[in-house]
Design a protein around this ligand. Structure first.
Ligand code: AMP
Ligand code: GLY
Length: 449
């Protein structure tokens, strides 16, 4: 079967975390997929003949384009915000390769949080109060004057860690200094946003990750998910890239989901397209649902927009996806017209993903620690558990740690509780250099969701 002249897709994946492993797993269910080239692949697919490790960095555009042309790649997937913001996808597009992933211009919706807020403001989308500063003294003054402004954000890319949520003006002051003077996030923190803290003392407040595949015109929803962003149990500690996630189908009503799709996501991709920023790939709308109905009766506010799938959310979303022609769907999205191709469908099971990390994560990484306990168990053979690799490498015949977030252990069940138990049961067998990995114990245990 061919799609617009392209047959037996040869795919390149730029990125090697849990999200990309989830994509690879989903693509392997498509019999048309001939080869998946993964730049600096993790250890997850070493025994899979269709997955080929390319020992080149996916961030180096010239090498990537040369490799893809030489190896007749027909579809490239750029799923990390840094690679998108660096314009690697744009260079592949210019070389005639179909890209599923936001272009550099479209990625601005994530890579510059201040630009993104201003763009959404013009569209009248529901947002918290926000102010941009490039002068720390002015920002500190504003925080002392307005007791709502308790969230400090580096406006550039900071691997999901550039947001500091505070209680007091003094904490805000310290956060501003950390970002703007100590330059904790480098150039990403040269300007900051000070935002109203949403959901503060609001027992109803919930965060929700809503994602859509898009061809730049149409939206195809993925299952709702929730992310656990803080380092420690019950949302304590620093923000991380994500310590765990689960599907959360019931968290928004149909009317609320419709509102997010038509009144937020569709307006956004239409406006981006009109602004010559056709958005192709996965659009991520990070929301807080509150009891504050000042913008809409649902109490929904946009916390952030990302130009790619969430990591780890994509892991649970794709775990329940089926599509025998997934590559064709991505190709169609990448070509800006998926109107003639069936979108993926999703099963009704619940999935809970616990991320196993390096002890020093989110500030540090691990390297070379031998991972034990990965041989498939009965639960894996029955499909109740999956292990999705993130920061791992296969070196000298052994799987070792290589990063901050190392493995995703995903449980599946009729209920979230079943899924959760399956994941935690499986984790017991896994060690890094004989030590227990670092992970949260409360994934899937948010009382309200
Ligand atoms: P982000 O990197 O933008 O997803 O922000 C990381 C986390 O900070 C979010 O998941 C929220 O928990 C929190 N956060 C960001 N913006 C706000 C806000 N305006 N009010 C309350 N919490 C926020
Ligand atoms: N898990 C949140 C993100 O990918 O930004």
């Amino acid at each position: 079967m061919t799609y617009k002249g392209i047959s037996t897709p040869r795919i390149a994946i730029l990125g090697n975390g849990g999200r990309e492993s989830a994509f690879i797993q989903a693509l392997l269910t498509d019999p048309q997929v001939e080869t998946i080239f993964v730049f600096e692949a993790n250890a997850g697919f070493v025994t899979e003949p269709r997955v080929v490790n390319v020992p080149l960095s996916g961030g180096r555009a010239t090498d990537v384009v040369e490799f893809c042309l030489k190896n007749k790649v027909t579809l490239a997937i750029t799923s990390s915000e840094q690679i998108q913001a660096d314009g690697v996808g744009d260079k592949l597009t210019a070389a005639g390769i179909v890209v599923f992933g936001a272009s550099q211009r479209a990625t601005l919706i994530e890579s510059d949080k201040a630009w993104s807020r201003a763009f959404m403001e013009k569209l009248g989308l529901p947002q918290p109060q926000h102010f941009k500063f490039s002068n720390p003294a002015k920002a500190i003054k504003a925080a002392h004057q307005n007791p709502q402004l308790r969230v400090v954000k580096a406006t550039g890319l900071a691997s999901g860690k550039g947001v500091i949520v505070c209680e007091t003006a003094e904490e805000v002051e310290a956060a501003i200094k950390t970002i703007m003077e100590d330059k904790k996030f480098g150039a990403a923190g040269e300007t900051i946003l000070l935002e109203e803290r949403l959901g503060w003392n609001d027992a109803q407040a919930e965060e929700i990750s809503v994602m859509f595949y898009t061809d730049g015109h149409r939206l195809f929803p993925l299952p709702l998910a929730q992310d656990y962003k803080r380092e420690f149990d019950y949302d304590q500690g620093k923000n991380t890239g994500g310590m765990g996630t689960h599907t959360a189908r019931q968290i928004l009503s149909r009317a609320e989901q419709q509102f997010v799709q038509t009144e937020i996501a569709q307006k956004l991709i239409d406006a981006l397209r009109t602004d010559d920023r056709l958005f192709v790939g996965i659009l991520y709308v990070g929301l807080m649902k509150t009891s504050d109905t000042r913008h809409n009766p649902h109490g929904l506010f946009i916390i952030e927009i990302n130009s790619r799938g969430g990591d780890p959310e994509t892991v649970v979303q794709l775990a329940g996806q089926s599509h025998t022609h997934f590559a064709q769907f991505l190709l169609a999205c990448g070509q800006g017209d998926a109107s003639g191709v069936k979108p993926p469908i999703f099963d009704k099971a619940e999935y809970v993903d616990v991320v196993l990390c390096a002890p020093a994560y989110p500030d540090g990484k691990s390297q070379g620690e031998v991972i034990v306990g990965l041989s498939p168990t009965v639960a894996e053979k029955r499909g109740e558990v999956q292990i999705i690799h993130a920061g791992t490498r296969f070196i000298n015949g052994r799987t070792v740690t290589h990063g901050g977030r190392i493995l995703n252990v995903v449980g599946k069940g009729q209920t979230r509780d079943h899924a959760r138990k399956a994941a935690y049961q499986r984790i017991k067998k896994i060690t890094f250099d004989g030590q227990r990995p670092k992970y949260r114990l409360d994934i899937g245990d948010r009382k309200s969701s």
